[in-house]
Design a protein around this ligand. Structure first.
Ligand code: UT7
Length: 349
């Protein structure tokens, strides 16, 4: 059987460092609260008017493509995961493609938030395994900083998120025992609004029990954006943090065990766990449940915050660059987030 392998990996984080103390200047929060609840010390914000989500993605993709030993022209499919796209439509995939001179090949956009990279990786894996494509570029990129509420009202969400991008190139593996062993994807839409950014959208308040929400007084049609949304400040992300936390600490270990069992492994076989960087407390909980020592779990949320679809490829690339992932190591990627969606990938490096 053909397996796909990660042939090249790269990441990019913007230069601008925003510390907890910087956020304290604009909202009622504290370094102590943020560190104690999330582990975050600082995050990066992209440069306004110069950078956007696809540009961050391009910077990570260029490195991944170079490390894969190919040129842009050899990429034959793009998968771009983000919840903070440049435009409502078209997706950031085509914008990355245009900047990288790869016009003509397919570009797919993935909207699975914190699990976006795992979903994107899984799709890329299927394309390579079936022999349809030989060089699939998978990108996870986010520019959260332009969509957050920087007043005290938004502090429960805003302090957590940061900007960044990561990318991998998938190619067929020459060794059938190495590469992506399996991927496992899940979702439960019952919790859709518990972590959401509902506008702009066609929802019209239907699931929220507000029948006329968002629709102007006209005979036909509605509007994705209405003055009502601005008035009620329904233009920012919402998170029921405790509800998300509760599910995250259950679903992370569950899906990791599912991936291990599918391949005949147990937790102690993992050489490196790369959890989505949602909250250091969640990662520590998962680590304890799996009884993994510190050196087998990579955490960088302290420096970058939660970069959603970008967090796994950034962390994976950092761990690899630091020499913590070696040939033949068993690497487990796992994510949980908005949707709810969750998933895992097991890789023999
Ligand atoms: O990657 C996507 C998936 N997301 C997650 O996995 C996030 C999961 N959830 C969490 O990580 C945590 O729930 C948070 C870190 C978001 C919040 O921590 P928490 O311990 O659940 O706090 P809370 O929301 O229950 O708020 C506790 C208190 C509240 O004050 P009162 O009502 O007790 O007076 C909040 O108003 O902390 C207050 N608070 C803050 N105080 C200072 C909320 N945000 C802040 C803040 N600074 N930034």
């Amino acid at each position: 059987m053909i397996r796909s392998k990660i042939a090249g990996i790269g990441y990019y984080v913007p230069e601008k460092v925003v510390t907890n103390y910087d956020l304290m200047k604009v909202m009622d929060t504290s370094d102590e609260w943020i560190q104690e609840r999330t582990g975050i010390v600082e995050r990066r914000y992209a440069e306004k008017h110069k950078e956007n989500t696809s540009i961050l993605g391009v910077k990570a993709a260029e490195i991944a493509i170079e490390r894969a030993g190919i040129t842009n022209k050899e990429v034959d499919f793009i998968i771009f995961a983000t919840l903070s796209p440049d435009y409502y439509f078209p997706g950031s995939g085509v914008l990355l493609q245009r900047q990288m001179g790869m016009q003509g090949i397919g570009a797919l956009d993935i909207r699975n938030q914190c699990s976006g990279f795992i979903y994107a990786l899984s799709i890329g894996d299927q394309f390579v395994k079936t022999g349809m494509y030989k060089n699939v570029l998978v990108v996870g990129a986010e520019m959260h900083s332009c969509g957050l509420d920087f007043t005290t009202r938004g502090r429960g969400v805003t302090v957590i998120f940061g900007d960044g991008a990561g990318a991998v190139v998938l190619q067929p593996s020459e060794d059938e025992n190495r590469g992506i062993l399996s991927t496992h994807l899940h979702a439960d839409g019952d919790h859709a609004e518990r972590l959401s950014y509902i506008n702009p959208g066609s929802h019209g308040g239907v699931f929220l029990g507000k029948e006329k929400f968002g629709y102007p007084d006209q005979e036909f049609g509605g509007a994705f954006f209405t003055p009502h949304m601005y008035e009620t400040e329904d233009i920012y992300p919402f998170m029921d943090g405790q509800h998300v936390f509760k599910f995250a600490v259950t679903k992370f270990p569950e899906v990791i065990h599912e991936a291990l069992e599918a391949n005949g492994y147990k937790a102690s076989d993992i050489d490196m766990l790369i959890p989505h960087q949602a909250n250091l407390r969640i990662s520590q909980f998962v680590q304890q449940r799996l009884k993994l020592p510190d050196e087998k779990v990579w955490n960088n949320i302290q420096r970058y915050g939660n970069t959603t679809a970008a967090s796994i490829p950034i962390a994976l690339c950092e761990a690899w660059k630091a020499g913590k992932i070696k040939e033949n190591d068993l690497v487990c990627l796992a994510a949980f987030g908005s949707g709810f969606t969750w998933g895992a990938a097991l890789i023999r490096w």
